[in-house]
Write a protein that binds this ligand. Structure first.
Ligand code: LLP
Length: 409
């Protein structure tokens, strides 16, 4: 497994991030377009020998400017709701570049996806049957399978195991085939996604092996979709998925399988493309010395970055205002009115009230999972592109909090 030494400063410098914080205020999400391009380039060069298409899993970050940037790189897009599909079209993706991998949705949403002419993966027997009855052979469609493989960084983000709600269990193949045959369906894609934060390339090989047994049953297949979940490093020494090794193993598997040779291979990376491009900049409100720890309270909370509280995720934190300060242990917390810990006992350069603290790897599932809990406002988002910062979403304001509330006359 590849070990990555994280440089003390990634692509944007402390100086640049402080400037952004001063110009746009904090808390602030900052995305580096160049880093997204670099990650996409890593994927395309690793897989240059295979017939691969990448669909950016935009649930990680749907800001329109990010979508437009990723579109300009030549990627396609994977969506998990009808609104994500509409946002992707709005950002300029063509319907054939949009994939809607649905889960647990009503059939009306699938009908809407058909009206948008996007690619669709269906994840239940019930919707497969409805789809077959309504569209028969007229609309090509994919099937999301549950391969019964346990993978991913933690159970909350594991989706392919035998107790997961996602996909049609691979052991229900007979039922799938009966529906497909009866309705003369045109099945062009088989999809699996086993989880997020996968660091072992062999997980994908296992998934491919499950698919290889199923592929011969579908004569009109054009692609197999192996999902996303490529692990990126969050802390120094963290393991990450070795993309080159993955590309090599996937190529070998497909080359050795006569019936899969001509199929296009699809992947749906989310974190891999945007996680490291994102910085979440906060400012220190209060320092509180206690017997147990020294608390650093920043002007944010799990309403803005939920990953540490929700998944126990590690985000590297850096005091960009005092990089030479003497190192001490701190507990970095938010201002939400319940336990709201970003990091316990973390070594940081001396922190003073007013300092800017940056959370790294904040691009994926950061802003996207934010909320207005405690009636706090959502942060602004800016993108660093072509050597300039651009505001790509303004900060919430008071009107936003009231916008949808209806007064009883
Ligand atoms: N494709 C499908 C069908 C998915 O469900 C997901 C993620 C992806 C692709 C992209 O996975 P990625 O490459 O980003 O790992 N909020 C969690 C991650 C949840 C992922 C849900 N599905 C987190 O912050 O760790």
């Amino acid at each position: 497994m590849e070990q990555l030494e994280i440089k003390p400063m990634a692509q944007l410098t402390a100086k640049q991030l402080i400037k952004a914080a001063q110009d746009y205020g904090t808390p602030l999400y900052v995305y580096d377009a160049e880093k997204i391009s670099e990650q996409y380039e890593k994927l395309t060069s690793a897989f240059s020998q295979s017939n691969v298409v990448f669909f950016y899993a935009c649930k990680a970050l749907t800001n329109i400017s990010v979508l437009k940037h990723i579109h300009s790189l030549g990627a396609n897009v994977d969506c998990s709701s009808i609104n994500e599909a509409k946002l992707a079209l709005h950002a300029g993706f063509l319907p054939q570049q949009v994939l809607y991998t649905s889960n647990g949705i009503g059939f009306d949403e699938i009908e809407e996806a058909v009206s948008l002419k996007v690619n669709i993966n269906i994840d239940s027997l019930s919707n497969l049957e409805k789809f077959g009855k309504k569209y028969g052979h007229t609309y090509p469609v994919g099937i999301r399978l549950r391969p019964n493989i346990l993978a991913g960084g933690n159970l909350k983000i594991s989706t392919g195991h035998d107790k997961s709600k996602f996909g049609i269990p691979a052991d229900q193949l007979d039922q799938i085939l009966a529906i497909v045959k009866e309705n003369h369906m045109q099945i062009t894609d088989l999809h699996i996604h086993t989880g997020s934060d996968i660091k072992d390339a062999d997980v994908f090989v296992k998934g491919i092996e499950v698919l290889f047994d199923i592929i011969p049953h579908f004569k009109e297949l054009k692609s197999v979709d192996l999902g996303g979940g490529f692990k990126v490093p969050y802390k120094p020494g963290d393991e990450q998925l070795d993309i080159e090794l993955l590309a090599q193993k996937v190529k070998e598997a497909f080359d050795n399988h006569p019936q899969a040779k001509n199929l296009q291979i699809w992947f749906e990376p989310g974190k891999f493309l945007v996680s490291e491009s994102g910085y979440f900049v906060t400012q220190v409100n209060v320092i509180k010395e206690t017997a147990a720890t020294t608390f650093v309270s920043v002007n944010s909370g799990f309403n803005h970055l939920i990953r540490p509280m929700f998944y126990d995720s590690y985000h590297r934190i850096e005091n960009i205002s005092n990089p030479e300060g003497k190192e001490k242990n701190y507990s970095v917390v938010g201002n939400i009115c319940e336990t709201d810990t970003f990091a316990w006992d973390r070594r940081l350069n001396e922190v003073r009230e007013g300092d800017f603290l940056v959370f790294h790897n904040a691009g994926a599932y950061g802003f996207e999972m934010s909320s207005n809990f405690n009636s706090r406002l959502k942060p602004a988002e800016v993108m660093f592109k072509e050597n300039k910062f651009h505001l790509v979403r303004r900060r919430d304001n008071w009107d936003d909090l009231l916008r949808n509330q209806v007064m009883i006359p």
